[in-house]
Design a protein around this ligand. Structure first.
Ligand code: AMP
Length: 304
C-alpha cells in the first residue's frame, strides 16, 4: 500500500563537529519519502520555490516517489540552518526561513485521496490539518512535529494530535509540549489527547513506543561514526511507516518490527551528510542491519 506524506522539502545549512553543508537537500518530507521508498510507494505533498534544482526532484522520482503533489510556486524554498555540538542528540536551530511555506495551499491530487497510510511529517500544523482533511478514509495516520511549531502554534498542533493514530515525537519535544519532565508521564499526557500509540525518539538512546498498556524499547544502533544526525527522525519515521504500509500488519508484533526498521534506516542516514548515505544504500544492507539489531537485543531468559 502506498503512503501519502506532507512535510518540508528544504535547503539545509548544517554544521556538525565533522563538517558543514551549505544549502544541501533536506526537509522532513524529503528524508521521510526517501527512507519509506525502500519499502513501499510514496506520494509526496510539499512545496518548493523557483530556486529549487530540478535534479533533486529527479532524485526523488528516481526513488519512485510520486511528485504530482509537489508544488513549485514563486519565491524561495524553505531554508533551515542548524548546528550540532559533540552531543549529537539535539540540533540547535540557528535560523528558519519559511519562505514559500507561508503561501502553501496543499491541494491533493485525486489519486492521493484514497491513501490508506498518511504521514503528517514536521511542517506547520495548519498544513498538516489541511492535508488530513483531504484524505477520505485512511487506515493509519501518524504525525511528527518539532519545537518550532510547539512554541509558535500549540493550539493548532493540539488539534492535529487529537486526530491521529500514532504520534512520533522527540524526547525533548514531548517534555516541551506537556511541560512534564518525566517522560513516562509526558507520554501519558500526549496519549490522553486521543492517539493509540506514542513513539518517542531519543537520539542515540533509541526509541520508546507507548500504548496505554505496553512499552517497547529499542536501542539505537551503536555506530562508531556519526557524521550528521539531520533527518534521523524523518528517516526513522519513513522506515517505520514504510514497513507498516508494506506488510499491512498493525499488530503489536508488526509495529515492533516496524520500529526496528525505522531504527535501521535512521542508523544509516546519520553516517553521512544530507541524503548522501540514503542515495547509495542498498536493500541488502537494510536486511543485514535488521539482523544485527536482533542480535543486539537478544538475551537468554532466566532458568526457573
Ligand atoms: P530531523 O529528522 O528532526 O533531524 O529533521 C531534520 C529536517 O527537518 C531538516 O532537513 C529540516 O529541513 C527540517 N526542518 C527544520 N525545521 C523545520 C520546521 N520548523 N518545520 C518543518 N521542517 C523543518
Amino acid at each position: 500500500m502506498s503512503i501519502v506524506v506532507v512535510g518540508t522539502v528544504a535547503f539545509d545549512t548544517v554544521e556538525t563537529p565533522f563538517g558543514r553543508g551549505e544549502n544541501v537537500l533536506g526537509g522532513s518530507a524529503t528524508y521521510f519519502s526517501t527512507s519509506a521508498s525502500f519499502f513501499t510507494d510514496v506520494s509526496l505533498v510539499a512545496v518548493v520555490g523557483e530556486d529549487f534544482p530540478e535534479e533533486h526532484v529527479t532524485f526523488l522520482q528516481g526513488r519512485n516517489v510520486d511528485t504530482t503533489g509537489l508544488q513549485r510556486i514563486p519565491g524561495k524554498t524553505f531554508h533551515w540552518s542548524g548546528r550540532y555540538g559533540y552531543d549529537l542528540n539535539e540540533a540547535q536551530t540557528l535560523d528558519t526561513q519559511l519562505n514559500v511555506l507561508m503561501d502553501f495551499q496543499p491541494e491533493l491530487p485525486e489519486s492521493y485521496r484514497d491513501a490508506e497510510y498518511l504521514f503528517l511529517a514536521n511542517i506547520d500544523p495548519d498544513l498538516q490539518m489541511k492535508v488530513l482533511d483531504q484524505v477520505r478514509k485512511p487506515k493509519l495516520v501518524a504525525c511528527d512535529t518539532m519545537n518550532f511549531w510547539i512554541s509558535s502554534k500549540p493550539a493548532a498542533l493540539k488539534k492535529v494530535l487529537q486526530r491521529v493514530d500514532i504520534v512520533v515525537i522527540n524526547e525533548g519535544e514531548a517534555r516541551q509540549f506537556t511541560g512534564e519532565a518525566n517522560l513516562v508521564k509526558a507520554a501519558r499526557q500526549i496519549m490522553a489527547l486521543g492517539c493509540k500509540r506514542l513513539v518517542v525518539k531519543r537520539g542515540e538512546y533509541g526509541v520508546l513506543m507507548f500504548t496505554p498498556e505496553t512499552v517497547f524499547a529499542a536501542p539505537a544502533y551503536p555506530l562508531e561514526e556519526v557524521f550528521d544526525p539531520t533527518g534521523a527522525g524523518d528517516t526513522f519515521a519513513g522506515g517505520f511507516m514504510g514497513y507498516l504500509a508494506n506488510t499491512g500488519d498493525l499488530s503489536e508484533a508488526g509495529l515492533r518490527q516496524a520500529i526496528i526498521f525505522g531504527s535501521v534506516m535512521a542508523s544509516f542516514n546519520v553516517e553521512d551528510f544530507s541524503l548522501n548515505r540514503m542515495k547509495r544504500l542498498e536493500f541488502k544492507e537494510i536486511k543485514a542491519r535488521f539482523s544485527s539489531f536482533k542480535a543486539l537485543t537478544s538475551f537468554r531468559d532466566v532458568a526457573v
